[in-house]
Design a protein around this ligand. Structure first.
Ligand code: SAM
Ligand code: SF4
Length: 354
């Protein structure tokens, strides 16, 4: 991917140091994120090599079901926020969710991600009943992404058979976090992530790139948070402004910076699972493919039933309308074109099937 080019010694040394797995200081991470754009392919290439060496050439699939868009929270960036009265709300029934997990199983994908807004309608008992049914009827590996809960809920989910949990820290800036997530507390988010880790969940965190007020230093702190939490999975995507939120109209099309944060995450955390997110595909038709060549190794096809899919309106213009299987078929050709294959199996570092 990378052509021979003249590259200054100090930049070369910094990228080489990261590629070889040496720890980078905050200052060095800031430098890595600030290198002139013409050197981006060199950073992406280094991250791609580390991805290949640590994770291989296979792309792991996670089938996602977005089962509710009712939210108790009011995050300034998100189209699902409670105060967005324009959104048509839905909740999938338990039977609809189970039927969709059967679709995922039939497609050969072995992991389901159950995601929702923070919806207190789904009490711990309901979520546990779902987890048990999914494990019994499909034996899929289960990732939950349903926001902040208390320790007892997380324990119950784990005992019921959930294996993974995705809870992005969103931003490492406490001030930005407080502004963007009214009524929420960064320490609480971190406490949740620590609990999840301690309980033995394969734990995912991550951030958004391009938030208003975000600096390169804050992005470096995001990467340090990912490292110190020893996260297993990292969701890194561009912020995309939604017209029915207080952040309407804010421009963000920084594909290069988002790819650079993904690449830096691969260089710094080495063997994590990093999805090429739908948000990237939304930003650019080849966004997902670029991410897969800059350190990412996971794709999450959306199995949410068509009647609900458009209403999970986090940000506008979401890519991936159409059935997950159709999308997968299209993606398959793209993956092969860059020398990669699809692995439908579990693909993780720690999980043993219970
Ligand atoms: N409610 C759960 C939570 O907040 O953790 C999970 C669902 S939430 C919709 C999933 C992710 O969407 C968040 O972690 C956030 O990073 C992302 N998101 C929300 N609004 C976004 C936007 N405008 N642009 C890009 N990503 C966004
Ligand atoms: Fe709700 Fe999550 Fe959106 Fe915040 S990011 S409004 S918690 S769905």
């Amino acid at each position: 991917m990378v052509k021979e080019m003249s590259i200054s010694e100090s930049i070369k040394n910094l990228i080489g140091k990261a590629q070889d797995g040496h720890d980078l200081s905050r200052k060095e991470i800031v430098q890595l994120l600030s290198i002139p754009a013409k050197y981006s392919p060199v950073i992406f290439d280094a991250a791609d090599k580390v991805r290949k060496e640590q994770m291989g050439d296979e792309i792991f699939l996670r089938g996602i079901i977005e089962f509710s868009n009712h939210c108790d929270r009011n995050c300034l960036y998100c189209g699902l926020r409670k105060d967005n009265t324009k959104l048509s709300r839905y909740r999938m029934t338990e039977d609809e969710i189970i039927a969709t997990t059967h679709e995922i199983k039939k497609s050969g994908v072995s992991t389901v991600v159950l995601q929702s807004s923070e919806d207190s309608f789904y009490k711990a008992d309901t979520v546990c009943r779902l987890i048990k049914r999914i494990r019994k009827e499909t034996d899929l590996i289960i990732t939950l992404s349903i926001g902040e809960r208390d320790l007892n809920d997380y324990k119950a989910f784990q005992q019921a058979g959930a294996n993974r949990y995705l809870l992005k820290h969103e931003t490492a800036s406490l001030d930005l976090y407080k502004y963007l997530r009214p009524g929420c507390n960064w320490d609480n988010r971190l406490q949740c992530l620590r609990w999840l880790k301690e309980l033995g969940f394969e734990t995912g965190t991550g951030n958004m790139v391009g938030l208003p007020g975000q600096t390169t230093e804050i992005l470096a702190d995001d990467l340090l948070v990912m490292k110190f939490l020893d996260a297993d999975m990292l969701g890194i995507g561009p912020f995309i402004a939604h017209s029915d939120t207080p952040l309407a109209g804010i421009d963000n099309d920084d594909l290069d910076l988002t790819l650079r944060v993904i690449a830096a995450a691969r260089l710094i955390t080495r063997d994590t699972n990093i999805p090429a997110t739908t948000a990237l595909a939304t930003l650019h038709p080849k966004g997902r493919l670029y991410a897969l060549q800059a350190g990412a190794n996971v794709v999450m096809p959306d199995f949410t039933p068509e009647i609900y899919k458009n209403r999970y309106d986090i940000y506008p213009g979401r890519k991936d309308v159409g059935s997950a299987l159709e999308i997968l078929r299209e993606l398959e050709n793209d993956f092969y074109s860059i020398g990669r294959t699809i692995n439908y199996s579990v693909g993780n570092r720690h999980i043993k099937r219970k």
